[in-house]
Design a protein around this ligand. Sequence first.
Ligand code: ADP
Length: 289
Amino acid sequence: TIWNLGSINADHVYAVPHIAAPGETLAASALNRGLGGKGANMSVAAARAGARVEHLGAVGTDGGWMVARLESYGVSCTHVQRREGPSGHAIIAVDAEGENAITLWPGANREIDLDVVKRALEQAKQGDILVAQNETNGQVEAAALARARGLTVAYAAAPFEAEAVRAVLGHLDFLVLNEIEARQLSEALGTPVERLEVPNVVVTLGARGCDWIETASGARHHVDAPKVEAVDTTGAGDTFTGYLIAGLAEGRPMRQALERASRAGAIKVGRRGAADAIPTAEEVDRAAL
Ligand code: ADP
């Protein structure tokens, strides 16, 4: 089982002629609403990859449809909490060139009751995986608890905050971050990511694929991404991470899990949307890439 302490957001995507200037009022020509949030994206990706996923998170009073959507993708939401007030959401303006401006409200994602998380994790078994990202509260507590219970702990350092990574680093088996985050982290810590005290570091490189670093030996393995035409890179990293941990949960060798994650990420960037655009295992395994 994969336990995901993760954000759940409603993405409101507005098509605008240009990004509004200060003081300007602008009418949008289209509105698309979908499920997003790094946590929800990862849960959907891992479930679509074939894993059993228990989502640990929270939605507000307006979040019923998001829980239903997660469940429709095969994600168990038994431990998803309901909070007073709004769910996490993102107001995303996208202009004709694809440039965007985003306002994010964390809402219920930062009001997760850790006692509920702790009780849920008491049902976790050795060999299970905990995954977390930086869009919720409680990342460090959950990682420490999961580690103590013998779970494998994976963390995606996004949205990037050096202090958040520093705080959780000692409890991790896998750290996943993109190239920019890797550079920011090594600058903040004064240590290259190759020398972090995390056994496995995975750096995603967009169209160039990813690198997996085993820090104990310093061995670096590269996996190429398939060549695709990118139309929307939203959620590429989340899709990649969800597929990667699903592969680990299934006991796939690391290289095989990375190759499948790369294919899944590449298919995602060819489609518009976040959670709703994540490919199924069949699509990932059958696509001629
Ligand atoms: P993030 O979304 O976190 O910035 P990346 O952009 O590095 O992460 O993307 C994560 C993974 O998705 C990559 O390692 C790759 O497998 C796949 N991917 C992303 N962009 C492309 C692209 N343009 N072409 C092919 N694969 C891509």
